[in-house]
Design a protein around this ligand. Structure first.
Ligand code: CA
Ligand code: CA
Length: 218
């Protein structure tokens, strides 16, 4: 691995560590303290993360296409097989009652350079399948929270997928569940630029300077 690639990999790891320890620390409380089995977090939810490239839904308003994220950003969520018996629950979940759930989400934005992109979901009932794609590239699901549900069955689950993209003009996600009874509670898309290696060189230089100062004081 070249030094340049090593630095890029290091930058990605550091960025991921920052996001994992902050944004994802709110597992199980993503859409408020009421994020339990009834999914009644409703409109009191606050954005998962803030940034210029984001879209977040909590209360869905259509079983086919919802292009008005109610929490943050802009983007479009479509369900590709709404005929499979899907409906909106009283708390705004998108419930695929009669069959597989197949979703696509689109966020049109120009991302110059290299970016880390997250797709995050909260569901009840049947969990989403492990594999999701971004612009045709697969990624495996990381489950950040899971708890068995009572009367409804299945589980409450929070999960995310992560990709790295370079110079793209659109983010096209595909995800879903191959079995019935997935109730989609919350959905977020977020992208953060991966710092240029020069940024990390400056940071590393600054850190070693701080280390040297600390050692002199000790
Ligand atoms: Ca909406
Ligand atoms: Ca919700």
């Amino acid at each position: 691995m070249s030094f340049h690639r090593l630095l890029s990999a290091g930058a990605l790891c550091a960025l991921s560590a920052v996001l994992s320890s902050t944004a994802l620390a709110a597992s199980a409380r993503w859409d408020t303290s009421l994020a339990g089995s009834d999914g009644s977090g409703a409109s009191s939810a606050s954005p998962w993360a803030t940034g210029s490239v984001a879209a977040e839904w909590n209360v869905f308003d259509s079983t086919t296409t919802d292009s008005t994220p109610d929490i943050a950003g802009s983007g479009s969520l479509s369900q590709l097989n709404p005929a499979a018996g899907s409906f909106l629950t009283g708390t705004g979940n998108l419930y695929s009652a009669g069959g597989a759930a197949v979703f696509s989400a689109t966020l049109d934005t120009m991302l110059n350079g290299t970016w880390t992109v997250w797709l995050r979901t909260a569901t009840q009932g049947t969990s989403l399948d492990s594999v999701a794609t971004l612009n045709g590239v697969t990624a495996d699901k990381t489950v950040s929270y899971s708890a068995a549900l009572g009367g409804f069955g299945g589980s409450e689950e929070e999960a995310y997928w992560r990709w790295t993209v370079t110079d793209v003009s659109s983010l096209q996600f595909s995800f879903g569940s191959s079995a019935a009874h997935t109730s989609l509670d919350q959905l977020a898309i977020f992208a953060a630029p991966v710092p240029e290696p020069s940024t990390w060189l400056s940071l590393a230089a600054g850190l070693s300077l701080l280390g040297a100062l600390a050692r002199r004081r000790a």
